[in-house]
Design a protein around this ligand. Sequence first.
Ligand SMILES: Cc1ncc(COP(=O)(O)O)c(C=O)c1O
Length: 393
Amino acid sequence: MGFEELAAQVEDLKLFTPGPTYVRRDLMVQAAKMPNFSHRDEQIIVRLKPIYANLRKMAEVDDSYHIILMPGSVSTAMETSVTSLIGDDDKVLSVSMGSFGDMYHGMTVANRKNSEKLSFEPGQGIDLNVLEDKLKEMERNGEKPSVVTFTHNETSTGVEVDVVAVSQVIKKYGALPLVDAVSAFGATRTGIQGNVAMYSTATQKCMGLDAGFGIAIVSEEALERAKYLVENKKCYPPSILDLTKHAATAKGFMTGTTPNCTLINALYLQTDYIVNTEGVQERYARHKALKEMTHDWIDSLGNGYQLFADKNVASNSVTALQTPPSMKMQDLNPVKLKLREEKFVMSTGLPPMNKALEAQGKGVIIRIPHMGDMTKDRLSEYLNAMKKYLPSS
Ligand SMILES: Cc1ncc(COP(=O)(O)O)c(C=O)c1O
């Protein structure tokens, strides 16, 4: 089969999924024009040095933090934080605001860590007083956690928290903050410096690229702890999830296992674009403007449609629209199909979250991502199309 015939079989879709997200076509073409390379040749260093320098600028961290690229996804980085930074004798507290906070907690359970979960109502942020009370209570009970995990931006509910404020409460009680930031990095300030022990993210959301790498930003203190735990047999990370091994290869601007060379080429181009063409602060401002545009559109819907998240913690990268209570999950199917006819791929809320909302007699969620290289024009084209198909309750 020739190229034309093969290419005719695939559709050019407009992705409105909160990862994988829209990737600029010109970027993909440019990356595809670059040669592949061996990951043990100096050509990987030529690419990873500027990539790491640009990631460092995006993260706003100094040399006391290590930047590490891990073939895989954010789950690879998150699970590495669990296997390498939580000793078998340690206690860990996972703070959850939704499905992905639960996922981080689930990883601590699957890895047989001594873990506990503190949950906040979906749509709400982390209440610092409640968190502090929990940490005090654990300390009183002799269950002081060494590590606390939380999510910078909860993709299931469209809620973003203040990383600095949350980390400071955690640090006040002597614990290390581990943060899942996959739907925040590239859309909003990180707040890492001096606060976070390990910040895990990936390429396929606000960075506007395809999936293929987890990205870890790790403090020197956290890396020292990982070395101490391994050397003293206080934890046994599998070699593919061993932070000390990843850090050692990253130091030489290489990856531990064979990486996706095309994605490295794209990352080389995209991190340069973000830092030197668009500008990091300008990128954040664009995400904020897209968020505000989406909120205004929700206000214009009326008929019981509303923003799911508390407005003061609403995410810069993804908005959760809540339908009127009369609408059920199955009522979203025709909307999805109609949009698909126009080549839009729509995202509902995650099924367990929508099922729970339905069971409580509440409206269900439709997620509207406005992350990565999304533009006002693309977003308004989508919002106008969706407005045509949403039932008027
Ligand atoms: C906040 C958050 N954490 C973790 C994940 C898991 O990502 P992956 O499956 O790419 O590892 C996602 C995916 O959407 C997410 O939104």
